[in-house]
Design a protein around this ligand. Sequence first.
Ligand SMILES: [Zn+2]
Length: 423
Amino acid sequence: MGDKIRIDQRNRAGPGAAPPRAGGLAGGRVAWRAAGAALCVLLWAVAAAAGIRALEIGVSSRLRASELELALTGRTEFRAFTLDAPRRAVVDLRGLDWSDLRAPAPAGGPVSAVRIGVVEPGWARIVLDLDAPMVIARAGFHPGPDGVPRFRLRLVPSDPARFAALSGAPPGARWQPAVRPGPPAAPPGAAAPTVVLDPGHGGIDPGALRDGLVEKEIALAAARAIAARLARDGRFRPVLTREGDAFVPLAERVRIAREAGARAFISIHVNSEPTGLAEGISVFTLSESASDRAAERLAMQENRADLLAGLDLEGETSTVARVLIDLARSGTNLRARRLAEAMIAVLAERGRPIGANPHRHAGFHVLNIPDVPAVLVELGFLTSAADRARLAAPEWVDAVARDIVAALDRWLAEEERRLAAGR
Ligand SMILES: [Zn+2]
């Protein structure tokens, strides 16, 4: 069969197929096209799918071909495609609930990692990292021996050029911003400046993991703690880039900050490093060249978030690099550095664990906001036992949230003084 796409329609209305809903499409409908670099495969087994659960997931490799198999409680609309640099295969399934499942560890073969999660409301995503160019040979639903519908994706070896030509996200599979609730209203009579709080990672991208601690969860808890204090004090208006366990692309986080006319942007993360020796809080600002090797490595790690979620960012990298250079020289970045210094000062005064070189800089994409001073706080290292104990304690996270709010107050007062003095 080679690299040819075949959509298997056998038994599409056989045992295990969900009955067509009223007003829905009876039976299956297949639409597929291969236009230029984009290849899109769509199949509706039923017109609308809601409340479908994933029961089992497996990835196997045999004779150089790899197969993903999913057992589901019903059939649903799907899209399957590959992405290059790095090589990935992506399957999106509409209305699928993942909550009972964990991503399987692939047992050898060209699939090196599997991630599952929600990438946008209403669509669940599976991302397979590929060690070699593999193209989609087959994608579709089959009735399993037990009558439970199975979704199968079959990948076969290809060459790099053909893989590149066939890869690309179909237009409908690009991330669409969800309709989000508007920011909370400012306190009456006060034009409180907006602070955008950005909990790192989310959804399909968990961030760093260690001993049951998950970066995306700690980041969200800390951002919520800061937002709650800001909302209570009323001097700043908090806006969160994500309010739950959702995947939000880095560019969307930047867009939220700009649209909100934010006075400051604070991205919240948790670090990890191989030696296990580093501990404490660090605050990062943007620069075209990194302050040190570890900061550079960290920025690369954090910048990978979109790739991990299977977004197609081809062609965006050079623009990012160009904007970075302009930004690092701008007044916005000077204001961001002052905010970072205020945070370090407050944290040090209050005896929080901070590193020997706590204010560092590197090329973080999420700090690349032309008109908003932006800092990235790493609350500690999941690779340090002492930091893990602190990060697992809600009281500690809340105390640091209080310190960050105090630093914002101090920084804003200084900004206002400079403004009044015309500096
Ligand atoms: Zn992170």
